[in-house]
Design a protein around this ligand. Structure first.
Ligand SMILES: [Zn+2]
Length: 340
């Protein structure tokens, strides 16, 4: 019977020394294999991208003449949600609001604002309450869509242009349809095929207390993945929760508390842009799958920035990362609730 294995290949390249081309040095790198998907990632910890100081974002994030998501505009600039999903029109929880998206990323696409009162909310201000309200509002929407028929559900976010966001006003989006995404289908299919019980329970048990462990809040376990797909990647596994419709208000609060801590750690490192995704278990979820949160940082928003997605990431499906998940976990852990 197969069990979870953290496989890695250690490779040594023999290269000319930088600045001394006649000298040959040995340059180590590691290729790590994800235990579930088989996806590999390249860790080059001896070669670091130079850190970029946090830029002045005041021009980018200044109040614009028109924003459809600011409080003064949202009632006339956005539509109402289909009554088949909710009779609330726009779903509001605390400062958060969910409205229909105008771009068809899925059959039922939404936009959700953390806060309509502020056009820009910086990373340290994405508090547990703000994030929790947003998640609760999107889970309410998801339950409404699910009442139409079971589907693939995900809740996702871009933040600032390097993440793919075309709108500065901080927001999340949810997708709901009969197809799901490549990564979501793959995770669920492989979870179902895992030969011995829940892969996710097994993974959490293997990670708990280890070098990649960050902490547990409620039934959400936070750690860094063995084989990351992005920089500063953090995962949250909601054990015993097969789909987004099963997220309780407590789960939303616990996810949000962890996410807010990760945002704080990103800000402390001068990182400004990120993506996150919460994926459900599909139209026929089972206890073999647990809702998974993935968070990554993105390139710093400076003019002519270097993208963190190269041919490796876009065409090979393989991340090249300049720090280990163990180093990422140590950094994030210091920002977590209860950290010394
Ligand atoms: Zn705005």
């Amino acid at each position: 019977m197969a069990d979870l294995e953290f496989l890695e290949h250690r490779i040594t390249a023999r290269l000319p020394k930088l600045g001394d081309a006649t000298t040959t040095i040995e340059a180590p790198m590691t290729v790590r294999i994800d235990p579930l998907t088989g996806r590999s990632a390249r860790l080059m910890t001896d070669v670091k991208q130079p850190p970029i100081p946090r830029p002045d974002l005041s021009d980018l994030t200044a109040d614009p003449p028109f924003c459809p998501f600011c409080a003064s505009t949202i009632e006339r600039a956005t539509g109402l949600i289909d009554p088949a999903i909710t009779d609330e029109g726009r779903i509001r929880r605390g400062s958060a609001v969910v409205v229909p998206n105008v771009v068809p990323y899925s059959e039922f696409p939404t936009v959700a604002l953390y806060d309509t009162q502020r056009h820009f909310v910086d990373l340290p201000d994405l508090t547990p309450t703000l994030v929790s309200d947003l998640l609760e509002a999107l889970v309410a929407y998801t339950r409404g869509v699910h009442g139409i028929r079971p589907m693939w559900h995900s809740i996702n976010a871009n933040y600032l242009p390097p993440s793919g966001s075309s709108v500065v006003h901080p927001h999340a989006q949810s997708s709901h349809d009969d197809v799901g995404t490549t990564a979501q289908r793959d995770l669920v299919t492989r979870s179902q095929a895992w030969p011995s019980g829940s892969y996710w329970d097994r993974l959490v048990a293997a990670e708990e207390g280890g070098e990649r462990w960050i902490g547990r809040i409620g039934r959400v376990s936070f750690f860094t993945p063995w084989s990351p797909v992005g920089f500063d990647e953090v995962w949250g596994v909601v054990q015993g929760c097969p789909d987004l419709i099963d997220l309780t208000d407590d789960d939303c609060r616990d996810l949000a508390t962890g996410m807010s801590a990760v945002f704080g750690s990103y800000h402390a490192q001068d990182l400004a842009s990120f993506n996150w995704a919460l994926t459900g278990g599909g139209p026929a979820p089972s206890d073999r799958y647990s809702v998974l949160l993935k968070m990554v940082s993105r390139s710093t928003p400076i003019p002519m920035y270097r993208s963190d997605a190269t041919y490796f990431e876009r065409l090979h499906g393989e991340a090249v990362i300049d720090q280990t998940p163990e180093q990422v976990a140590a950094t994030v852990r210091a920002h977590f609730p209860g950290a010394a």
